[in-house]
Design a protein around this ligand. Structure first.
Ligand code: C2E
Ligand code: CA
Ligand code: CA
Ligand code: CA
Length: 277
C-alpha cells in the first residue's frame, strides 16, 4: 500500500483519540504549518578539504512556529516519522531543494550538488524513486546535481522494495551518501551490495578527535574502508582548526561543520560562493 499524504494516519476511533490527544493535535499543527508555509530550508556547505571548493549544499529543515518560535528538526522529525507526516513533509523538502538548485543553476551559481535528507519511512511507504523522477522532471534539474542522504536504518529491514528504490536512484545518476555512519546497527553487507558514493562520519567521532585516540582509530578505519570501496568520506560537525588539521592528515575528503560554515538561508549561501577565491 502506498502512502499519498498524512491523512490516513488520522485515528477515528474515539477511545484512541483520547489517549492520543497530544499526537492528534500535533498532526493538525503539522498540516497547518505546511499549508501556512512555516517550514523553510537552510543550507550547509560540504567542502573539499584540500581545495576549499564547495561540493554540496545540504538542505536542513527549520520550522518557524507562530507561537513556539523556531523549532529544530531534532524536535519534530522523530514525531513526523511516528505520525507519518514525514511523507508529505519530505516531499515538500525535496521539491523545495530541487527548485532552489535550479534557481541557483539559472543564476550561474550552481557548481555543487544540493543534498536532501530522506527518512527510511519515505522509502518504506512511498514509491520514492518515482517521486524523485517526477520532481526532477518538474523542476528540470539534472540528476547529477541532486544528492540524497540516507541512514543505515534504511537498510535495516529485509526490504527489497527499499533496496530497489536506492538502486534506481543510483542508476538515475543521483549521488548517494550514507549519513551518521557508525551510529546505527550496521551489518555493512549493504556497503558491498550498493556501492554508494560517500560515507559521512558522525560528529560523535570527530569532536576532539585530535585528543581522543579511540576516535582517531575509528575515523582512520572508516576512511580506509571508504577509500577501499572508492567512496568519498565526509566529516560532519567539524568545529575547530585542530579537528580540521587532524582529519586532513588522516585523509578525509570533505568537511562540513561550524568551522567552515553554519547552515545558511539560501541568499546567505549565495554570498559564500560569490566570494572570489
Ligand atoms: P544530520 O543530517 O546529521 O545533520 C547534521 C546536523 O548537525 C544539523 O542539525 C546541523 O545543523 C548540525 N551541525 C552541522 N555542523 C555542526 C557543528 O559543527 N557542530 C554541531 N554541534 N552541529 C553541527 P539540524 O539542522 O538541527 O538537523 C538535525 C537532524 O534533523 C539532521 O541531522 C537530520 O537527521 C534531521 N533533518 C534535518 N532536516 C531534515 C529533512 O529535511 N528531512 C529529514 N528526514 N531529516 C532532516
Ligand atoms: Ca544529513
Ligand atoms: Ca549526519
Ligand atoms: Ca549526526
Amino acid at each position: 500500500a502506498k502512502q499519498t499524504g498524512g491523512n490516513q494516519y488520522r485515528i477515528y476511533d474515539k477511545d484512541i483519540i483520547s489517549t492520543n490527544d497530544y499526537r492528534f493535535t500535533l498532526e493538525n499543527d503539522f498540516q497547518r504549518a505546511l499549508e501556512e508555509q512555516e517550514f523553510f530550508l537552510v543550507y550547509q556547505p560540504k567542502v573539499d578539504i584540500n581545495t576549499g571548493d564547495i561540493k554540496s549544499a545540504e538542505a536542513l529543515i527549520r520550522w518557524n512556529h507562530p507561537t513556539k518560535g523556531l523549532i529544530s528538526p531534532a524536535d519534530f522529525i522523530p514525531l513526523a516519522e511516528e505520525t507519518g507526516f514525514i511523507v508529505p513533509l519530505g516531499e515538500w523538502v525535496l521539491k523545495e531543494a530541487c527548485r532552489q538548485a535550479k534557481e541557483w543553476q539559472e543564476n550561474g551559481l550552481l557548481s555543487y550538488r544540493v543534498a536532501v535528507n530522506v527518512s527510511a519511512i519515505q522509502f518504506q511507504r512511498t514509491n520514492f524513486d518515482e517521486f524523485v523522477r517526477e520532481v526532477l522532471e518538474e523542476t528540470n534539474l539534472e540528476p547529477e546535481w541532486l544528492e540524497i542522504e540516507i541512514t543505515e536504518g534504511t537498510f535495516m529491514e529485509e526490504d527489497t522494495f527499499t533496496a530497489q528504490a536506492v538502486t534506481k536512484l543510483k542508476d538515475m545518476g543521483i549521488y548517494i551518501s550514507l549519513d551518521d555512519f557508525g551510529t546505527g546497527y550496521s551489518s555493512m553487507m549493504y556497503l558491498k551490495e550498493f556501492r554508494l558514493h560517500a560515507l559521512k562520519i558522525d560528529r560523535g567521532f570527530i569532536e576532539d578527535v585530535h585528543l581522543r585516540e579511540e576516535r582517531a582509530s575509528i575515523v582512520q578505519a572508516i576512511i580506509q574502508l571508504a577509500h577501499g570501496l572508492q567512496m568519498d568520506v565526509v566529516a560532519e560537525g567539524v568545529e575547530t582548526l585542530e579537528e580540521l588539521t587532524y582529519i586532513k592528515m588522516l585523509g578525509i575528503d570533505h568537511v562540513q561543520g561550524y568551522y567552515v560554515s553554519k547552515p545558511l538561508i539560501a541568499n546567505q549561501f549565495e554570498n559564500l560562493i560569490k566570494v572570489p577565491k
